[in-house]
Design a protein around this ligand. Structure first.
Ligand code: UD1
Length: 422
């Protein structure tokens, strides 16, 4: 397995282009299952998770073709021949569960393995199941698979989710586009990826209102037609690279960056002493003083602080002046980067869902282990600011979510290289 060698070397200067959002693209690709006409996605990120979704869609009979080196994905689903999402593919990535709603709506049946993905908590499917049952689906768990059926078709309903799950919102919105009648989804997730999904579905003829708010109303239609859609900018890649000059000093412009995508993340950066300015091409980030200040962070659904930026923020706060308290409210086991950062000299005390970070003068390079996608990149950020060399081992998770990470960071002056496994 490859590893990444990072050498701490001072301030970063230059520009980093931000790719299309992995999480938006993973929800947009299954949209193909709802229509027999072509769907073309532009600005797609080149990531292994996207390849996993391609394999999954092909396994049920969709045609998926990558163009322009993977930046454009053409999808067609006129000859679907299976309604089963196999464990061998689903175990690699939780977002595979996003085929459940569309398969059920289009084929009246779906058999989807319970998912895998990052080992950051229990990540059950109960909210997806409850919401689809409200639309008339009958769902049973057998041999590790969800067996879903809607013999008479899905029917619109009013449903309030117990928690604003991103994936469950996406599954329900997709399924409800082809249901009979009106669906009102309350306590829906408000993430930009959901807004992007709705924009694409609307281009295909879906009747949806309320995206970006906690009530989404979907009027079912008989069929959806083809469309071309540009995937929204990746707010998590954006936030991650905003933290690079915050941690190392210097000034970096994030091309394609937008303030509306990062919610309250920017307020926390400001409180820590980081300047963020809008430019004609994106966002420019720099540190006001040599050291940053401690801030308390609680992860929440959008527009609150994203759980997917918590590990990277911890890397920043590891060398802040003062004590920061980080509360993880979305996933119960998402501090696996803490012991790795501690190996680099950070002072972090974890109790349940709370991590107390006492800033140290400087981190020191060390061999560390990447435990999940966002943890991997937090260790790279920490390594950029540490004294000496850091080797991040087991980086396969990184390639699931960050395209060309070494090239992007090298372009702003970072010393980072990939060591290929033999
Ligand atoms: C999506 C993102 C992921 C991000 C997460 C939270 C994708 C592909 N992934 O994941 O990067 O970290 O949102 O912003 O978009 N839950 C249940 N029952 C369910 C579903 C979820 O209890 O049926 C729980 C989960 O265990 C977790 C919380 O709800 O604790 C949030 O999950 P959810 O919003 O569904 O996240 P995902 O859609 O899986």
């Amino acid at each position: 397995m490859d590893s990444i060698l990072v050498t701490g070397n001072g301030p970063l200067h230059g520009q980093i282009p931000i790719a299309g959002a992995k999480n938006a693209c993973l929800a947009l690709m299954p949209v193909t299952l709802l229509s027999d006409e072509p769907l073309t996605l532009t600005n797609a990120p080149r990531l292994s998770d996207i390849k996993t979704m391609t394999m999954l869609l092909q396994s049920v009979g969709a045609e998926v073709t990558e163009m322009q080196d993977g930046k454009v994905i053409a999808l067609t689903s006129h000859g679907l021949n299976s309604h089963t999402a196999d464990y061998e593919i689903v175990r690699k990535m939780r977002a595979s569960n996003l085929v459940l709603g569309p398969l059920l709506a289009r084929m009246g049946k779906a058999v989807v393995s319970l998912p895998g993905g990052c080992a950051i908590g229990a990540r059950p499917m109960d909210l997806h199941v409850e919401a689809l049952e409200a639309l008339g689906a009958q769902i049973e768990l057998k041999d590790g698979y969800l067996h879903a059926e809607a013999p008479g078709g899905l029917k619109g309903a009013v449903h309030e989710m117990r928690f604003a799950s991103v994936g469950a919102t996406e599954n329900v919105v997709m399924a409800a586009t082809l249901a009979k009648g009106t669906t009102v989804l309350k306590n829906a997730a408000r993430e930009p990826e959901i807004v992007d999904l709705v924009h694409c579905l609307r281009k295909m003829g879906a009747q949806i209102e309320g995206e970006g708010t906690s009530t989404i109303t979907i009027e079912g239609v008989d069929r959806l037609h083809g469309a071309t859609h540009q995937v929204v900018t990746d707010r998590i890649e954006l936030g991650t690279y905003m933290l690079a000059p915050a941690i190392c000093g210097g000034e970096v412009e994030l091309l394609g960056g937008r303030l509306d995508l990062v919610g309250t993340f920017c307020e926390k950066l400001d409180a820590a002493g980081i300047d963020v300015q809008e430019t004609p091409n994106g966002l420019k980030v720099s540190r006001r003083n040599d050291r940053v200040r401690a801030v308390d962070v609680t992860t929440e659904p959008f527009p609150g602080f994203p759980t997917d930026l918590q590990a990277q923020m911890m890397a920043l706060l590891a060398t802040a002046d003062g004590v920061s308290v980080l509360e993880e409210k979305i996933f119960e086991n998402r501090f696996m980067h803490a012991p790795e950062l501690t190996r680099m000299g950070a002072n972090i005390d974890v109790h349940g869902g709370t991590a107390t970070v006492t800033g140290v003068e400087r981190l020191k390079g060390a061999p560390v282990m990447a435990t999940d996608l966002r943890a991997s990149v937090s260790l790279i950020l920490a390594g950029l600011a540490a004294e000496g060399e850091t080797i991040v081992n087991r980086v396969y998770h990184l390639d699931r979510g960050y395209e060309h990470v070494e090239e992007k960071l090298q372009a702003v002056g970072a010393k980072i290289e990939r060591i290929k496994s033999q």
